[in-house]
Design a protein around this ligand. Sequence first.
Ligand code: ZN
Length: 146
Amino acid sequence: MMQKMVYCEDEEFEKPSWIIDMGTFNTMPQPWCETDADEYWHLTGAYSPSFVEFRQVHESNEVWFLTISYYHGFAMGVSRPMDWTFVGDKIHYNDLPRYFKIGCVHEYEGLDPVKCRELGIFHGGRCYHVSKCKKCGHVHSVDSSD
Ligand SMILES: [Zn+2]
């Protein structure tokens, strides 16, 4: 399905429970950790982000030109390589992109239909699995009949 990206005001983005602090244009959202290309592509390859932003992050005496994509329950950042030259008429990067995983490292516990009803969380029946993070409260649901 084709999706249309439109600009939005900062107020249209509601800080998710799994981010403690959104930071600023020059800092990272908290918490975050560096990861690798394998995890980045594993987590982002199957879904489209809900929001995307660009930041110029100053961290550890470095500047990262970072694109952050927000998904359901996590965000991923990728920094543009900065060290480049022309080799003939072709651009060549001497460094690699860096990858970041942003948000709570969730610890999910399953919720049965009774518990979901108590908490006001939708539960779609037998093949529907609902879990809630013990740390940040993020709710994740999967329909295993799909
Ligand atoms: Zn969590």
